[in-house]
Design a protein around this ligand. Structure first.
Ligand SMILES: Nc1ncnc2c1ncn2[C@@H]1O[C@H](COP(=O)(O)OP(=O)(O)O)[C@@H](O)[C@H]1O
Ligand SMILES: O=P(O)(O)OC[C@H](O)CO
Length: 497
């Protein structure tokens, strides 16, 4: 039988499903958006049943487009928006409330308390993370504290916690399997990345019973089979990874030192560090890149909360543009931003500064400023936030990045990719298959069912589409970066806590 793998890519704004063959060719694709809920400023929720329904629709569309039936699949790989937290009742299978999304800031005060109580070193040494509302741990604690009856049900062992991968596995197996993989677990603030186990001290610190946690499995390997009643056939679920780790894998960043940046709603720059969990002293995260054959590979990560979303804001908030793609031609109307700097700190700033109280700003406006200058400055903000992370990475690893591989919706824009090369002073490489997240999940599943020997084969699957070389001289680059740093610092500590 031809090997066909179905990748489920459950993202922040849409659920996608892609059928791949082993050389990375896309045979069929389905995509469905689902609603976002903003119950209060800074709060973000999803309905877990709507996530599942959109994922189901995407699966059917992908299979139809590929002209195959569920039984023709060799394996399924799952990749997902990370940190987003779902708690459900094992008896009824119903979530106790909506999913609390990774962007949601509702637990920022709880994080302030944990920092004030001096818990930062404990969290960093066990999990590789900083204390931030971004991660799942304080979201689970919030649910247990605020949903009526949740604490009692949790103490009785009835409640299950999971990130979106665990929720999809639960659904696909008809509620038989409660599991997650080490990459997703490493984003919860409850998981010890050095031992590969849930950390009793952190569970205690946040009041989360161990009985709520999923079993942690490898990123490649058969974890369960789909329920034929639900899926139409018994197919092994054989790959699981958080979407940014899956993209690192799909970009074939296998060797230590290789790095990718994905430009979607936000950007996530990950650099593989091999079997060493490199601790950051510069505001980056240490995270599990993948776990194969019981062996964990690690990465350093810089998480940037707003990059592509700044373009959505130009379109929907300011109505400066009609379509995201228009930014490429508009930005090219001017040779530079005329001194304008946009700092899109809409939900605070993530890595490397971690300032939840920063807010967006535009500085340097003069009477000569035009729409083109502002659009260009918005695109530049993606490149400069990335440079902040690349500088932190150089400080942590003692080595400057040589090449950056890029993917995601916003680097379809050639101006963004070129600006990134200019701002960093290194080549930027864009691959032919831009669905790197789904490809990574599919390839993990292929490893999981033994259809390929190991990650090495990805080196042949990865193909360059276009390489962007830096064109600015050093003095221009240095002066422009100093201007960005000054603007960024003006955006900091804006909202009063
Ligand atoms: N041509 C473009 N130029 C700049 N930004 C773009 C372009 N096309 C899409 N984007 C931005 O990229 C993001 C979508 O990328 P995608 O990888 O689909 O993101 P996500 O998976 O986070 O939803 C949106 O925020 C959008 O504004
Ligand atoms: O769903 P995306 O592509 O916006 O990715 C979200 C990240 O996993 C959040 O950490």
């Amino acid at each position: 039988m031809t090997t066909r793998i179905l990748a489920l890519d459950q993202g922040t704004t849409s659920s996608r499903a892609i059928v791949f063959d082993l050389d990375g060719t896309i045979l069929g694709l389905g995509q469905h958006e689902f609603p976002q809920y903003y119950p209060q400023p800074g709060w973000v929720e999803h309905d877990p049943e709507e996530i599942w329904e959109s994922q189901r629709q995407a699966i059917f569309d992908a299979l139809r487009a590929a002209g195959i039936a569920p039984g023709d699949l060799s394996a399924i790989g799952i990749t997902n928006q990370r940190e987003t937290t779902i708690v459900w009742d094992r008896q009824t299978g119903k979530p106790v409330m909506n999913a609390i999304v990774w962007q949601c800031r509702r637990t920022a005060p709880m994080c302030d308390e944990l920092r004030a109580a001096g818990r930062e070193d404990l969290v960093r040494s066990r999990t590789g993370l900083v204390i931030d509302a971004y991660f799942s741990g304080t979201k689970v604690a919030w649910i247990l504290e605020h949903v009526p009856e949740a604490r009692r049900l949790a103490d009785e062992g009835r409640l299950a916690f999971g990130t979106v991968d665990a929720w999809l596995i639960w659904k696909l197996t008809g509620g038989r399997v409660h599991a997650t993989d080490a990459t997703n677990a490493s984003r919860t603030m409850l998981f010890n990345i050095h031992t590969g186990e849930w950390d009793p001290e952190l569970l205690e610190m946040l009041g989360v019973p161990a009985s709520m946690c999923p079993t942690v499995v490898d990123s490649a390997g058969v974890v369960a089979e789909t329920d034929p009643e639900i899926f139409g056939a018994r197919v092994p679920i054989a790959g699981i990874a958080g979407d940014q780790q899956a993209a690192l894998f799909g970009q074939a960043c296998i060797e230590p030192g290789m790095a990718k940046n994905t430009y979607g709603t936000g950007s996530f720059l990950l650099q593989t560090t091999g079997h060493d969990a490199v601790a950051s002293h510069s505001g980056l995260l240490t995270t599990v890149a993948w776990s194969i054959g019981g062996e964990r590979t690690y990465a350093l990560e810089g998480s940037i909360f707003v990059t592509g979303a700044v373009v959505q804001w130009l379109r929907d908030g300011l109505r400066l543009i009609a379509h995201a793609e228009d930014t490429e031609a508009i930005a090219a109307e001017v040779p530079d931003t005329g001194g304008v700097v946009v700092v899109p700190a809409f939900v605070g700033l993530g890595a490397p500064v971690w300032d939840p109280y920063a807010r967006g700003t535009i500085v340097g406006i003069t009477r000569g400023t035009t729409r083109a200058h502002i659009v260009r400055a918005a695109l530049e903000s993606m490149a400069y936030q990335t440079r902040d992370v690349v500088e932190a990475m150089a400080a942590d690893s003692g080595q400057r990045l040589a090449i950056l591989r890029v993917d995601g919706g916003a680097v379809r824009n050639n101006v963004v990719a070129q600006l990134q090369a200019d701002v960093l002073g290194i080549p930027v490489e864009r691959p032919k298959v831009t669905e790197t997240t789904a490809l990574g999940a599919a390839y993990l599943a292929a490893v999981g069912v033994g259809a390929v020997a190991g990650p090495g084969g990805l080196r042949d699957v990865w193909q360059l589409e276009r390489r962007f070389e830096p064109t600015w001289d050093e003095a221009t680059r240095a002066a422009a970066y100093r201007t960005w740093q000054r603007a960024r610092d003006r955006a900091r500590a804006w909202v009063e806590a």
